[in-house]
Design a protein around this ligand. Sequence first.
Ligand code: SF4
Length: 388
Amino acid sequence: MSRIELKPDYYDDFHCIGGSCSFTCCQEWKIAVDKGTKKKWRSIKAPKYLKETGRLPEGISEHSYLNQFVVKADGSDVIGLLNNMKCPFLDEDNLCSLVKEHGEEILSHTCHTFPRETHIYDDRVERALVSCCPEIIDRWNGCTKLSFTNLDYTNKDYLRSTKDKLKSVRDLMMYHLSSHETTNCTNLLKAFFILLDIYKKDGDFNIEDYLDDISVMNLVKSIEALENAPLDSLIERNELFIDMTENYAREDRYTGILKPLRDIASELEPDAAPCTDFNNALQPFENLLRNFLVSETFSNLLIPGMDLKDMVMQFQWMMMEYAIIIDALYLRWLSDSKHTLSYDSVREIIVLISRLTGYDADDIEEYLNDCFESPLWDFSYAYFLLCL
Ligand code: SF4
């Protein structure tokens, strides 16, 4: 059966910029090595000049085979990083010495494909580029609306014609998150309310109910009329930021960025600075963050094998990711003597938090089970979390 291909319009243009990258993926991260690659590496010697350039990990000789550079982290095979948290194969020009010596084919699946993700269904292949790479954030910045090949998610007729129920829910979420008429937080809450409604109906829904402009406008009005407590919400987001970054801080990963933010976070007073001033500083990035949410929904909300409950949990995870990004931006803004936010800061924080929250579906369920009364939230908690 031939499959149609769905992908963002910038997908084919993407190229890793390697040595010029502002936030390389070859540092601090856990770089997975798949079984096939580890086996292949058993017969390939380490690249030259590791010893001369101080990039030979402890206990490994310059004559070692590549599989000896693989260590266990959280039960998985990963490349053992040097004490400076860099991949030993990253050379002084920030280029991969494995690729230089042997070509792309030598890389593990993760290094070869990152930041691309592919999901294969019976009728289609979905190709995405994820937010853990600063080059992708650059594509979204300044772009009014993300466009996709074979996915006209802002067109109601396209949404009405989709037969696959779960895909139809995912595309409907993209439609609501892309709205320019309301803020990103309101878009998230509107979409979450609809998703919970669909879940309560066990997926037996009529899409017209969620496309009708008057009903949607009434939903938005109801959300905007809810009582809020922005400072309590700020404290909640801040606690999530501290919790989510705890393990990375303990392992000394991303210390240069995380430590100053965590220092402020741990002493944050509820009346530290008015949220309204921060909201004004955040405003120029509203469109970039909207594109981020649309892209995250495309790549993460639906993965082959998922059911509707998984989609609800995945959506909650995305709201948490967004809340933590907002908190980290708030902390960065507080730390700036002039209380400003630059594009470079926003890009760095989006990439960082995307990397820290890049859990798989089982880990997300475990986290939600451990940290909340129920893995499925009430709407009121989502509102509390996202109130700015
Ligand atoms: S983060 Fe993106 S641009 Fe940077 S080195 Fe990795 S793939 Fe290349």
